[in-house]
Design a protein around this ligand. Structure first.
Ligand code: SF4
Length: 103
C-alpha cells in the first residue's frame, strides 16, 4: 500500500527512542533528543511523505504522538505553521500527487 510502504524506508527505524517522547525527561533532555532526531531526519529518504503524514493526521494524535519530531520538524515548529504552509507541505509529500502540467 503506498500510504504505509514508506515507513519501511524510514531512517529512524534503528533509533526509535529518539522519536518517542518520555514523560520523565526534562525540557533540556527533550530538546537534545529532538535535535538528534532532526539530524536523522535530514538524511531520511522519506522525510517529505513523513511530514505530510504527520501534518495530515496530527489533530487526531495523542499528546505524546504530537510531542515528537516528525519529518524533520519539531512539534512547536509544526504547530507554528500557517494554514497555507501546512496545506502545501501536506500536498508536497502526499503519495497521491497532482500531475504536473497546466492547471
Ligand atoms: S523523516 Fe524523520 S521521523 Fe520521518 S521517517 Fe524519516 S527519520 Fe523518521
Amino acid at each position: 500500500m503506498p500510504t504505509t510502504n514508506w515507513r519501511a524506508r524510514a531512517a529512524c527505524i534503528p533509533v526509535p527512542d529518539l522519536f518517542i517522547a518520555d514523560r520523565e525527561e526534562g525540557r533540556a533532555e527533550a530538546s537534545r533528543r529532538n535535535r538528534e532526531a532532526r539530524r536523522i531526519c535530514e538524511h531520511c529518504p522519506v522525510r517529505r511523505v513523513c511530514l505530510s503524514d504527520a501534518l495530515s493526521v496530527e489533530k487526531g494524535n495523542t499528546a505524546s504522538q504530537r510531542a515528537v519530531v516528525r519529518g524533520g520538524m519539531s512539534p512547536s515548529r509544526r504547530a507554528a505553521l500557517s494554514k497555507p504552509e501546512r496545506a502545501r507541505l501536506i500536498l508536497d509529500g502526499s503519495p497521491v500527487r497532482r500531475p504536473a502540467g497546466p492547471a
